[in-house]
Design a binder for this molecule. Structure first.
Ligand code: SF4
Length: 606
């Protein structure tokens, strides 16, 4: 018995047909699941050059070998598509009951293609698929949509992943709300909106199988025990605020559209007694002993009762990035993002860009809809989130993301559009944390890794940046493909051995630590190969001019610097460490070494 079902559900919205297809064991062994499997399937199902918002783009929801088992922090799935924001690959990982339902319905992956003529929602009831009209749900918030669908089916086992008005209007960074409140990047919600797919509901009732229950129990209990001890316990409750304080102390906190890298209002935001919010409860994803999800609620004032689970990236983007030190306003803005179905990081990045444009006199008066877009204006933050979600007024421009918005506005505003490959930069300034420069430049977009690197205690940071980044990137890819939450990293004493043990217990497939490490490299290369076929060039691995030419005014007058030549040297080092060409391309020899030169394993074959 194997925890992989070996099955994939392909749903075509144009023909309103669904088909269950086999997934070869070789493919699962090669890509594990999650982001690895999702990337491989997307590459096979979507032709090169396909526009992200065309019916021919696909969204792949991929489960993992450990989802639904007793392995801690494993109730996840990956969402993989071609991003409307970057035109390249987009991957994100969610956790929660929808992930478990996908697995319990009996699928390792769900592939959605085509486009409905009018709004639809898909209901996957184990092996039966229903296509339901969703006109009455169109315009509803994500949460209300989920409530309505669950009420209609009258069964708590039905779980829903839905888009909000932001996805319907194809805001380039709209996300899918599957009950996991942390930030999702890249615009998968806009892809769903372009398909007129309001939601995917799943009722999964099948029992989970694993290869060796005793072995899995032993390995899981050890990890669970460690999750209750320091340093893992530090991830409980106040992760976002603790992280904010640490990054600020390091002089790496993006502040006022990256004009500074230290925010004076941080202490006020982190002060629990007088900053106008309370921690209502701390919760956990299914199967997680860490419980990092703190639900925060505004206590009083104009945003009283606004409540949301706040992750660090959201707090940084809607707070210091926009000069906001008002926690209730940040909670309200985050809550609205969730209702509209918007990625909080890109939303904050776009508003910060608009605020700087306003202060420079480029977006004033009627252009700004009469709104005072000064940094620090909490009411403006709230209004802008609404306008983006509804594509109204200046929100219509900002819904395109900073790259396209600045190209439209022109007049030099591209200089302060803080993105890489079109994706707004997340919460770490590489001028204050040089370790972040490579991941931000070479990643799928400008996404720092929840401060993994900037809070890393590695002592010798300056030597071999390329090989260090390769190792971290491949390990992160393994977490996302085995679908273990990255926050559980500290539970592992020897990640490769222990993860290989979990995988073997669940699937019966024995991989040595070296083979697993190689698998991480294979999947990272797979992601890169997808982007190369979509036209990636070395010049795409870059950072905005502000980060390379201007020193950040950090704390105590100490400026953080990152010159273009320094980034170039890091990139050379990184490509060499990966065995890629000096132009960052993957040689055929490398593809062969990694087993990626074969024919498609599954094929679209209608
Ligand atoms: S550590 Fe946090 S995000 Fe990760 S599985 Fe646990 S509760 Fe969910």
């Amino acid at each position: 018995m194997d925890s992989h079902s070996g099955k994939c559900l392909a749903v075509d919205l144009t023909t309103r047909r669904a088909e269950i297809r086999p997934l070869p064991q070789d493919l699962l062994r090669l890509c594990l699941g999650g982001v690895g499997l999702g990337t491989r399937l997307l590459a096979e199902w979507v032709a090169p050059g396909t526009p992200p918002l065309s019916p021919d783009n696909a969204i792949v929801f991929a489960s993992g070998a450990l989802a639904g088992t007793m392995a801690p922090c494993s109730s996840n799935h990956a969402t993989v598509t071609k991003s409307p924001l970057t035109g390249f690959l987009s991957t994100s990982v969610s956790s929660g009951h929808w992930s478990l339902s996908l697995k319990r319905a009996g699928y390792d992956a769900l592939i959605v293609t085509g486009a409905a003529e009018s709004p639809d929602y898909v209901f996957v009831d184990d092996e039966i698929v229903h296509f339901n009209a969703a006109g009455h749900l169109w315009g509803m918030t994500t949460q209300r949509t989920s409530e309505e669908i669950r009420r209609h089916h009258g069964d708590d086992r039905v779980r829903v992943a839905a888009i909000g008005p932001g996805g319907e209007r194809q805001v380039s960074y709209a996300c899918i709300d599957d009950g996991y409140p942390l930030s999702h990047r890249g615009g998968a919600g806009a892809v769903m909106g372009s398909k007129k797919l309001k939601a995917i509901a799943i009722r999964g009732t099948q029992a989970m199988a694993v290869h060796d229950l005793h072995r899995l129990e032993k390995a899981s209990l050890a990890l669970n025990a460690r999750a209750r001890t320091a340093p893992v316990a530090k991830n409980r409750q106040s992760t976002a605020l603790d992280c904010l304080l640490a990054v600020n102390k390091q002089g790496a906190l993006p502040t006022r559209n990256f004009r500074e890298s230290c925010f004076k209002g941080t202490a006020k935001l982190a002060g629990k007694d007088d900053s106008g919010y309370r921690v209502v409860k701390v919760s956990a994803c299914p199967s997680c002993p860490i419980a990092c999800r703190g639900l925060l609620q505004a206590a009083d004032g104009p945003y009283a009762w606004a409540a949301t689970t706040l992750d660090y990236q959201t707090l940084a983007a809607l707070g210091p990035q926009c000069g906001i030190d008002n926690m209730p306003a940040i909670l309200k803005a985050a809550e609205l993002c969730q209702q509209y179905g918007l990625d909080t990081v890109s939303t904050g990045g776009c508003i910060a860009w608009a605020m700087e444009s306003f202060e420079r006199g480029l977006l004033a008066g009627e252009d700004a809809g009469g709104i005072d877009l000064s940094f620090g204006n909490a009411d403006a933050l709230i209004e802008m989130v609404k306008q983006i979600g509804e594509r109204k007024g200046i929100g219509h421009l900002l819904a395109e993301g900073t790259r396209r918005a600045s190209a439209k506005l022109g007049r030099g505003s591209e200089q302060w559009a803080m993105h890489s490959k079109g994706l707004e930069i997340s919460g770490c300034d590489p001028r204050g944390s040089e370790d972040q420069a490579l991941p931000l430049a070479v990643g799928l977009g400008a996404e720092s890794d929840d401060c993994w690197l900037c809070l890393d205690s590695t002592t010798d940071r300056r030597s071999n940046p390329g090989s260090r980044n390769k190792a971290r990137e491949d390990q992160a890819t393994l977490f996302d493909s085995l679908l273990l939450c990255r926050q559980s990293e500290d539970c592992f004493h020897d990640f490769l051995s222990e993860a290989a043990d979990l995988y073997a217990a669940a699937t019966g497939v024995g991989l040595s630590p070296t083979e697993l490490e190689r698998t991480g490299e294979r999947i990272t290369t797979l992601k890169k190969s997808f982007n190369i076929r979509e036209g990636w060039k070395r010049s795409d691995d870059c950072l905005p001019p502000r980060l390379l030419e201007v020193a950040a005014s950090a704390r105590k007058g100490k400026a953080g610097e990152l010159a273009e030549a320094k980034l170039k040297a890091m990139l050379d080092d990184y490509y060499e460490a990966r065995g890629w060409t000096a132009e960052g391309l993957v040689p055929h020899q490398k593809l062969r070494e990694l087993g990626l030169d074969g024919p498609p394993a599954m094929g679209k074959g209608k």
